[in-house]
Design a protein around this ligand. Sequence first.
Ligand code: FAD
Length: 477
Amino acid sequence: MSVNAPTLLWFRLDLRLDDNPAMQAAIARGKPIIPVFIYDEDKDWPLGGATRWWLHHALADLQEQLSCHGLKLVLQSGDSAEVISDLVEKHEIGAVFWNRCYEPRTIARDSAIKQQLKSQTIEVESFNTSLLFEPWEIKNKTGNPFRVFTPFWKHCLAKSFPKTINCDLGATKVPRAWPDSEILDDWKLLPRISWDAEFYKFWKPTRKAGLNRLRQFVKDAVHDYGNGRDRPDWDGTSCLSPYLHFGQIGPREIYEALLGKVDLTKGGPRQYLSEIGWREFSYHILYHFPSVPTEPLRPEFEHFPWEPDDQLLKAWQKGQTGYPLVDAGMRQLYAIGWMHNRVRMNAGSILVKHLLQPWQDGARWFWDTLVDADLASNTQGWQWTAGCGADGAPYFRVFNPVLQGQRFDTEGDYVRRWVPELAKLPSQYIHQPWEAPDSVLAAADVKLCKTYPLPVVEHQQGRRRALDAYEKLKFFH
Ligand code: FAD
């Protein structure tokens, strides 16, 4: 092996140069760096349309960042093990570094790659950049993983939080010859039919934009996050989830952005940090219970009497359930690839409770449509909603979408924004148009069953059906 054997720096869900321990290790090794991204589609969880869109832009942004340091991002598609083995052989690679991911398939694949490289006496190391604490570091008193959030997070808060990693980017070395690279546009990650016009209005999928958003959120909104986290009609949450998913921003950076500027022990900042905690918790659950993306954590839910129905699922996906808050959320999701957490909970609840559709069907739709689609958080969100996961909302607690709308979208602005056919209804009726007198509906140009549907199932009836189904489950306890 040549004394200048380059380091292969394998980018995955860590699309940033700062606070990147694999990057810092590559710099510290002192040899030329070859950054690579491998498009290796997961057969079980292929990227959805929205995450493909985000990935395209995030990679273009990373290419630009690397070019400031004379580096290129080598793009290759195919089986990761084969691509790495080929690069190692052709370019006399001396070391391969990457930051860890925690999806079950990735863990198995990466372990095999590590073993293979070790057997070839290639230096290989992986690092943590996407979590505050590794899943194997956090255990309860009996040495088992936590299954309830509050004690989990209390345990984390008692530990010292990791600091961001400084990367000496001025010291990167450039290889003499670059491997061939595929062309980003040829991957066709962007949609063929342009359904993404609203995405461009709402998002700027670059690291710089994510950092600006973080700064602005800490300055303007984190203090009132206790309210903002419940108000889909406000700009009260950080909207950092896709940046976090793709590693354009890391949780350590978020912690440092808050530290010293706000009091993390109370109010909005404390609550905000605990949402970062929920993200950690979701990853820890996925790591310790790798079957959760498709199977309920509570095994008795395997016997739940779901009633799969394509028509109902479609009505929900299209935002045509007749419940304005839910329909607004589903349309927001389709338009911009994101939905406020309060509405995600309501939309999920309608599907699994009122409509008795399997939570896995909801999770698949979110997977395809969210820009922040994340196996850990999406699974946790859906299992929480269905009451079958770690620390889930009890199944018998059924959200009332009308009351939720009246409480958290008080004037109906959120519904007006995303369900324009109801925009002229007065606030009093906006969350329950079927209660409006004919004259009010006529004045607002609403024709029930024509311009906007009646509820797919009446609330009390849906609630009763959900509770009856849950009763049946008790035989399996
Ligand atoms: P903020 O309120 O600003 O929170 C800051 C960060 O904390 C978020 O960016 C996110 O990384 C994390 N976070 C917040 N709430 C949660 C939570 N409940 N669970 C885990 N992490 C959380 N989040 C995803 O990132 N990807 C998903 O695929 C996803 N699917 C979900 C599905 C359902 C059914 C539900 C109920 C929730 C889901 N969530 C998911 C969690 C949550 O809705 C989003 O993280 C949040 O709405 C993102 O908006 P934000 O960045 O403004 O969040």
